[in-house]
Design a protein around this ligand. Structure first.
Ligand code: NAD
Length: 492
């Protein structure tokens, strides 16, 4: 399905903005096909966008909540109408299967609706009458938010920032990733058009644009999703002007399979396989290390491979039977392959999984056959690093304490999962260092936009989703009306 390349634009102060330089985005399934061109903005254009957001904030912060909600609901209606087109474009530029791309737009809409439904409640003044008078806790908007999003879930990880920021009275400049910039730009443009000029701006580009967005003194908050190493540069870049930050970073999520897990439970096995390989493993919260109780290890591996061979069907993202498409880009393949090769050299066994539905296409596109890695050790890079691709190591553990020690032995702490009898699993779940732990399911299957999501340790700072995800775009302003107006110990 070859179509004419599309062209997207930057958006500055309500105007679409054409740049001199544009960057092609290829289709990972057919790398010779250009899906579209994204602008490459300059530092000066980025400053213009920040200035527009800064100027608009003066009036937008005072707008009625009901007006913001109405505008956002109008945007949601447009997104609903456009879902099939957005999903198709996303699938073509990203490589994720169509069902997966549709799921991404759907979850974005669910969150935007939740944000609309709850913003009034979240922004309401809290009034407390106490033994020394009355205190009011008010919520103010923060200012200009720089939002920087990654390529793996470009629409949902941008709208996760846009909706709460705008609804709570902030303005924004968004920079999507150059690795999947097209569908998210269409989506952002649709939302921006429902708001006054300058409320939602968008620039494109690489790290230089990112540096301006994170160091400019007019930016009050950074909302970033991406790699932990990039976040370290961002923190340095923002240090001089002490900005607020929400950082959603890398993960190396453990799945612990307890000795009372039923290896014959085919549904549970399928859920586990999906939680390792959905979106070809390119999800921050995918289960990236599986630890299995030694007593059931052999049988587990056999049944896991069986389940994986059933569910994994690699092919054209638009194919009806396909569950996994290509990897988004060549660098990602090289990174994953180097981790696999290293494990192999150290003696690990690599077992390929699933069915390749079209071998010609497999050769042409950025495809990788999914695999499991057996016999790796805890210190190996395949276990310690975030692979972010279609492979997963399986390791045995001695007892529950050992499982916890292995799971917590990581610089990351995004999500995790425990599989087995519910009470037993809950006991273990409480002791895992992670922002979210799921029982008998994992990854996006267990995600709920009504509850806060985020990481501990080097997986991030702050939370998105839930009421916390709205509060993250507010400053707390305490207004005290004390009865005692003086302190007794200060001399008169
Ligand atoms: P990345 O860090 O390479 O890029 C993310 C964004 O930052 C892109 O828009 C990029 O252009 C921009 N950027 C790059 N250098 C910058 C700089 N110096 N200053 C400012 N911006 C800069 O990440 P990626 O490869 O796009 O995404 C994959 C990573 O994102 C993985 O580590 C994954 O785990 C993580 N991720 C985390 C979550 C989460 O919610 N915790 C969700 C999805 C992805």
């Amino acid at each position: 399905m070859m179509t004419e390349p599309i062209e997207i634009h930057a958006m500055i102060n309500g105007e679409t903005y054409k740049t001199e330089e544009n960057k092609p985005r290829e289709n990972p399934t057919h790398p010779d096909e250009i899906v579209g061109y994204a602008p490459v903005n300059t530092k000066e254009e980025t400053i213009q966008a920040i200035d527009a957001a800064h100027e608009t904030f003066k009036t937008w912060r005072r707008s009625e909540i009901s007006e913001r909600v109405e505008r956002m609901r109008n945007a949601i209606e447009k997104l609903k109408e456009e879902t099939p087109n957005l999903a198709e474009l996303l699938s073509r530029e990203h490589g994720k299967p169509l069902y997966d791309a549709e799921g991404e737009v759907t979850i974005s809409i669910m969150w935007m609706e939740y944000a609309c439904d709850n913003v009034e409640d979240v922004l309401k003044d809290q009034v407390e009458d106490h033994d020394n008078g009355r205190t009011l806790i008010a919520r103010d908007a923060i200012g200009v938010v720089s939002a920087i999003s990654p390529w793996n879930y470009p629409i949902s990880l941008s709208t996760i920032k846009i909706a709460p920021a705008l609804l709570t009275g902030n303005t924004m400049v968004l920079k999507p990733s150059p690795m999947a910039p097209l569908a998210v730009s269409k989506c952002t443009e649709m939302i921006a058009n429902e708001f006054p000029a300058g409320v939602l701006n968008m620039v494109h580009g690489e790290a230089d644009v990112g540096v301006e967005l994170t160091s400019n003194p007019k930016v009050a908050k950074i909302a970033f999703t991406g790699g932990t190493e990039t976040a370290k540069s961002i923190m340095k870049s923002a240090a001089d002007t002490i900005k607020q930050m929400t950082l959603e970073l890398g993960g190396n999520d453990a799945a612990i399979i307890l000795d009372d897990f039923d290896v014959h439970d085919e549904e549970a096995m399928r859920r586990l396989v999906i939680s390792n390989f959905l979106t070809a493993g390119q999800i921050c919260m995918i289960a990236k290390r599986i630890y299995v109780a030694k007593s059931i290890y052999e049988e587990f591996v056999e049944k896991y491979i069986e389940a994986a061979n059933k569910w994994i069907r690699v092919g054209d993202p638009f194919g009806d039977e396909v569950t996994i498409g290509p990897v988004n880009n060549k660098n990602q393949i090289e990174h994953v392959q180097s981790l696999i090769d290293d494990a192999k050299e150290k003696g690990a066994e690599v077992i390929k999984l699933g069915e390749i539905l079209d071998s010609d296409l497999f050769e042409e596109g950025y495809y990788m056959q999914p695999s499991v890695v057996l016999g790796a050790s805890q210190d190996d890079p395949i276990v310690q690093k975030e692979q972010f691709g279609p492979t997963v190591p399986i390791l045995p553990f001695e007892d529950d304490e050992h499982a916890l020690q292995l799971a917590n032995d990581s610089i990351y702490g995004l999500t995790s999962s425990v599989w087995g009898e519910e009470t037993h699993a809950l006991e273990i779940a409480k002791r895992i260092q992670a922002g979210t732990t799921m029982i008998n399911t994992a990854a996006v299957q267990g995600l709920d936009v009504r509850f806060p999501f985020g990481g501990v340790k080097q997986s991030g700072i702050g939370r998105e989703y839930g009421k916390e995800g709205l509060l993250a775009y507010t400053e707390t302003h305490v207004i005290n009306l004390p009865d005692e107006l003086d302190l007794p110990y200060i001399p008169k």
